[in-house]
Design a protein around this ligand. Structure first.
Ligand code: ACM
Ligand code: ZN
Length: 689
């Protein structure tokens, strides 16, 4: 079973028990006791607790031997750790039918999640009927085409299909009632002031310019946002009134993320409010915007929650914060005595890859494998004991830019949802990945029976690389099931049962493609993984960094830069090192003097993720590791036309050490996602020849 605080297996399996449910009004919220003995099954608890007890029972039942159903004799006393056990779904980027939303709620409930965060509005579609503003769905729910492929592709391609859909208020009432019966509260999200293109396509008079715009066909952050004028507030208050009538829960999510200030800076209406209300800048105008909305929502007896950008310019007095850009925003909010839901991109974004990208459906980027989700601790160690109770819980988010079907939604949430479920339900002392992995195998069988499309990426062969014992790179392969055999090839061909069986790390001394798969006898039982290695003088050599990479993008540490594996696009966390608030400086020690004629450094640009090319790159060399001589400095103009690689090619010179320095862009330009913030610098692979 997946969820436990205490349980003891007492005896072997027994069949044909009677089930008794006992409502215990004194039971703690959402708690239950499940007792199974030879004679009967007894579940007691409060209403939700009994439901959870039943779900645990279902998860305990086996019929593996085809002898009828059986369950182990157990005594379980179970209670959740957190009150906010959330899962989000973006229905704007791609729309999902009412029946699937119900199925999604079933998934949540079965894994004891109690919050469904329903992301109903965004640039690419408005999905909730609002009686007072019919154009929101008539115009705003449909777009005239959609981006094909990844948004880092060049050139961008679009289809020309009319795409969209929305939920009527009747649909929503039906879904709210369906969720309520399963112990799930729905938190609706109405995005403001940014991510509002669909609303503005319907009502352009609510923007700063009043110009007509279209529902967005691509992903990203758009400059047209709600104008902070009175007319907008009247509109939003009317919208929220209808929303609050539909959703009985306490929280209304008002978005608040990624709102460029470009239009506000040029808008007479917005500037007038800044002046009249003596606001310092556009960040304070955003804070003013959210505070005004909060006042209205509070007046109806409800609370707002928003993405962590609502901290900027000052938090609204009663707002709760959903921390997505790491945990820092959540820590700040809790220290200011505000409630917090932790949902950092590093552990809780289920739109990220869960396996090596070459083997996965196209995703936005990132790398959040099952083990990483399971390792998440929602209460940050930095938070003092008296502030910890402000952490309501945690939530995973499923943004659907690249998730186009119901089956793909299932693939992205399973099995990661089962790991998150333990994170938010179990006490840390009861968490154990090895034990989870065993229970997972049983849960996956159950989900297979229900025809749920679960990812098996966790079971794929994984590859680890190390500095080569002699030289180059050593590569080790492993699989979850150690009773089976890994066969691999190094010549680019697909491995078969006659390819070498993997026994010990493979030494890679030249450019090589390794392919590997798991075999049960002659039968291949995993997909083939494939990895190219590009070997040069720097591969596997000692490398030291002046500043460590940011903890969220430091997979593999400094060695990542000389591991022979070039960072892939679309980027995902694993191959790249990410730096924020520090410049990049690395020294490579070749161990002996080398003749060098080429130095290369590979950088990443992904504007939507606030990642920019460096504005200055310098290559230096040294004989003794102390005194370095500059061989080449590229300034901003040199780097302007650069695509990924900065290459310096010259007559050969001798050196034992080289140093690479790269300076990040100080300030993201206006009109871009994250404008005004410092840019991230991402680098992978430094090559020397
Ligand atoms: C977010 O991912 N923009 C909240
Ligand atoms: Zn304006």
């Amino acid at each position: 079973m997946l969820f436990r605080s205490e349980f003891v297996i007492e005896k072997a399996n027994y069949k044909k028990s009677k089930i008794h449910l006992l409502l215990d009004k004194k039971a703690a919220n959402e708690s239950y006791i499940l007792n199974i003995d030879e004679h009967r099954i007894l579940i007691s608890g409060d209403e939700k607790g009994i439901l959870y007890g039943l779900f645990t029972l279902i998860q305990l039942i086996h019929d593996e031997k085809n002898e009828g159903l059986s369950a182990p004799c157990v005594s379980i006393k179970d209670t959740p750790r957190f009150q906010w056990r959330g899962m989000h779904l973006d229905v704007s980027r791609h729309f999902f039918q009412k029946e699937f939303i119900k199925k999604y709620i079933d998934f949540l409930a079965f894994f004891k999640m109690n919050i469904f965060h329903w992301h109903l509005t965004d640039d690419q579609g408005w999905r909730i009927e609002i009686k007072k503003y019919p154009l929101l769905t008539k115009i705003g729910a449909f777009r005239n085409g959609t981006l094909i492929g990844h948004d880092t592709d060049f050139p961008r391609l679009y289809d020309t299909l009319n795409y969209g859909g929305f939920y009527t208020q009747e649909d929503i009432r039906e879904i709210v009632s369906y969720a309520d019966k399963r112990g799930v509260t729905i938190v609706p999200e109405i995005e403001m002031p940014g991510h509002a293109m669909a609303a503005l396509a319907a009502y352009p008079e609510l923007s700063c310019t009043g110009n007509s715009i279209s529902v967005a066909k691509e992903w990203g952050v758009f400059e047209d946002v709600f104008c902070a004028k009175e007319e907008t507030f009247i509109f939003l208050e009317n919208v929220l009134s209808e929303v609050m009538d539909l959703f009985p829960g306490k929280y209304i999510h008002i978005g608040g993320d990624e709102c460029p200030k470009t239009r506000w800076k040029e808008c007479v209406n917005c500037q007038k409010i800044i002046k009249e209300d003596k606001l310092k800048d556009e960040h304070e105008l955003q804070s003013h915007f959210i505070k005004r909305i909060e006042k209205f929502v509070n007046s109806k007896g409800k609370q707002i929650i928003g993405w962590d950008e609502i901290l900027e310019g000052g938090l609204a007095p009663n707002a709760a914060v959903m921390s997505w850009r790491g945990t820092e925003g959540g820590i700040q909010a809790a220290n200011e005595n505000h409630y917090v839901v932790m949902s950092p991109g590093s552990h809780c974004y289920f739109d990220h890859y869960q396996g090596l990208p070459g083997n996965e459906p196209l995703a936005i980027g990132g790398y959040t494998p099952l083990e990483k989700v399971y390792s998440f601790e929602p209460v940050p160690a930095e938070l003092s004991i008296d502030k910890q109770h402000y952490i309501l819980g945690a939530q995973a988010n499923l943004w659907t830019e690249y998730i186009i079907s119901e089956k793909q939604v299932e693939y992205m949430i399973f099995p990661r949802l089962t790991a998150l479920s333990e994170v938010v339900w179990s006490l840390p002392v009861n968490k154990n990945f090895n034990s989870y992995e065993k229970r997972l195998a049983h849960i996956l069988k159950l989900l297979d029976k229900l025809n749920v499309n679960c990812s098996r990426s966790f079971y794929n062969i994984s590859m680890q690389v190390y500095p080569g014992k002699n030289s180059g790179i050593d590569c080790s392969l492993s699989a979850g099931d150690v009773s089976k055999t890994i066969h691999y090839s190094v010549d680019g061909s697909n491995p078969n049962a006659n390819s070498p069986a993997y026994k010990s790390p493979v030494s890679i001394l030249n450019n090589t493609t390794i392919k590997a798969a798991l075999f049960d006898g002659n039968k291949m039982i995993s997909s083939v993984i494939s990895q190219d290695f590009s070997i040069n003088k720097a591969s596997g050599k000692k490398i030291t960094l002046k500043h460590e990479a940011h903890k969220n993008y430091n997979h593999g540490g400094a060695f990542t830069l000389v591991d022979g594996i070039t960072g892939k696009l679309p980027w995902f966390g694993r191959d790249w090192l990410g730096f924020l608030n520090t410049d990049f400086e690395a020294i490579i020690d070749f161990g002996s003097e080398q003749l060098i004629s080429l130095i290369m450094a590979d950088f990443l640009k992904a504007e939507n993720s606030w990642i920019y090319y460096p504005v200055e790159v310098e290559f230096l060399f040294s004989m003794n590791g102390d005194e370095f001589v500059s061989v080449k400095k590229f300034d901003e103009a040199d780097l302007l036309n650069m695509i990924r690689c900065v290459i310096f090619d010259r007559e050969a010179f001798s050196a034992r050490y080289i140093k690479v320095i790269a300076k990040a862009l100080d300030r993201i330009p206006d009109g871009k996602s994250g404008s005004g913030n410092r840019a991230w610098l991402f680098i992978d692979e430094i090559g020397v020849n």
